[in-house]
Design a protein around this ligand. Structure first.
Ligand code: HEM
Length: 408
């Protein structure tokens, strides 16, 4: 590895420019060296990709393996005490986000039918209903209320639970544990405890479904003799986690961003037809699922740098989506922008399986919220909103909001 090592202690996460822009060190790094050497917190050397072209190329290149222990769940380089892998680790059964083809292909194929654009279109009216019901409940509350707890989290959680056939009444179990899995600075033991609790809960659930299948995605998978119970658990784990942590944070942080950009909010209110493009722009601008790891299975040349076999590669989707070489004036939120081509859902074989679902949820969520709460505003100064810089999926911990006539 050559050249100075500009990021000595892992990825900077503090939002020093604004709650929405990448950390300024990341932006400077992208300008000087979009594929850059980095020392990970445990001391081992690897690479950080911040440029759009480089990120897109790396995500499309299967020489960069996704076999990083449990992928998004363990994030070995960020979990104190977690053993670091210097070669691809055996993937946890079912957790196909952390597998390479052909293992990845075999499992992903079992699900593509359930997530087609056509299937999702059919779900649209039902998702709109769930959203409206949640907004009815929100309306009955006396403000100020926490929009994350009362709206942003329940909507995607209700939707994914229903699709998978996971009882929503059990949400305390899986929300507490999945949230622990998302904390950056948590000990390996605590993470393993949350992982074990979640796996135990899901093992019971899928075993019941295998015995008495119903009308849901997990039951359909349970009918498939080709899948072992451990695989069903891994798939259920991945879908449940990915299905509510991400969209919930897009709704929470997206609302915060709109409230902080009143002129954009006014334009969106005036012309709701802008919403589909605006959602793509929120995805680009906020990139809540920011960093993904890969492992070089052989030497790879990328944008003039040689990444040696065995290197860990961190890819910042947030930095890539704010690359001025690809998006004009990237740090501005612009609901008129045609932001398609952003990398917020990744790219290549692992590109987000739930992206159509997430789009439908976000369109329904933002449309309903703006229509039904025309006077929505923050109930605290913006600087007091707690940002999720301590979590692997970015967003806001709470969003205190109020509505109605301020003079009453
Ligand atoms: C994969 C982002 C919503 C399920 C991914 C990846 C990203 C992403 C960046 C690629 C990971 C990689 O390359 O290693 C997002 C964002 C969402 C969202 C920003 C919300 C706005 C959802 C939803 C589901 C879901 C609602 C529901 C099922 C998955 C799955 C994968 C994935 C299963 C793994 C795909 C594979 O490895 O083939 N997501 N996601 N995501 N996402 Fe999403």
């Amino acid at each position: 590895m050559t050249g100075a090592v500009p990021v000595p202690h892992g990825l900077p996460v503090e939002r020093d420019a604004s709650p929405f822009d990448p950390p300024s060190r990341i932006s400077r790094l992208r300008e000087s060296r979009p594929v850059s050497p980095m020392i990970f917190p445990d001391g081992h050397e690897g690479w950080l990709i911040t440029g759009y072209d480089a990120a897109r190329q790396a995500l499309a290149d299967t020489r960069f393996s996704s076999r990083q222990d449990l992928g998004v769940i363990h994030l070995p380089y960020e979990t104190p005490g977690m053993p670091v892998f210097t070669e691809p680790s055996p993937a946890e059964p079912g957790m196909f986000i952390a597998m390479d083809p052909p293992d990845h292909t075999r499992l992903r194929r079992k699900l593509t039918g359930a997530f087609t654009v056509k299937r999702m279109k059919r779900l649209e009216a039902h998702i709109a209903e769930i959203t409206e019901r949640q907004l009815d409940e929100l309306e009955r509350l006396t403000p100020p209320v926490d929009l994350v707890k009362e709206f942003a989290l329940p909507v995607p959680s209700l939707v994914i639970c229903e699709m998978l056939g996971v009882p929503y009444a059990d949400r305390d179990t899986f929300q507490v544990n999945s949230s622990k899995l998302m904390v950056r600075d948590i000990s390996f033991d605590d993470k393993m405890a949350a992982y074990t609790a979640m796996s135990g809960y899901l093992a019971e659930l899928v075993t019941r479904k295998r015995a008495e299948p119903g009308e849901d995605i997990l039951s359909d998978l349970a009918r498939d003799d080709d899948l072992a119970v451990e695989e069903l658990v891994g798939i259920a784990f991945l879908l449940l986690l990915a299905g509510h942590e991400t969209t919930a944070n897009m709704l929470g942080l997206g609302t915060f961003a709109l409230l902080e950009h009143p002129e954009q909010l006014a334009e969106l209110r005036a012309d709701p037809d802008l919403l589909p493009d605006a959602v793509e722009e929120f995805l680009r601008y906020l990139s809540v699922a920011d960093v993904f790891y890969r492992y070089a299975a052989e030497d790879v040349e990328l944008c003039g740098e040689t990444i040696r076999e065995g290197s860990t590669v961190a890819i910042s989707l947030l930095a890539a989506n704010h690359d001025p070489e690809r998006f004009e004036n990237p740090d501005a939120l612009d609901v008129h922008r045609k932001a398609r081509g952003h990398l917020a859902f990744g790219h290549g074989v692992h590109q987000c399986l739930g992206q159509q679902l997430a789009r439908i949820e976000m369109r329904a969520g933002f449309a309903g919220l703006l229509r039904r709460f025309p006077t929505l505003r923050l109930a605290v100064p913006a600087a007091e909103v707690r940002l999720r810089t301590d979590m692997n999926i970015y967003g806001v911990h709470e969003l205190p909001v109020t509505w109605g006539d301020p003079d009453r």
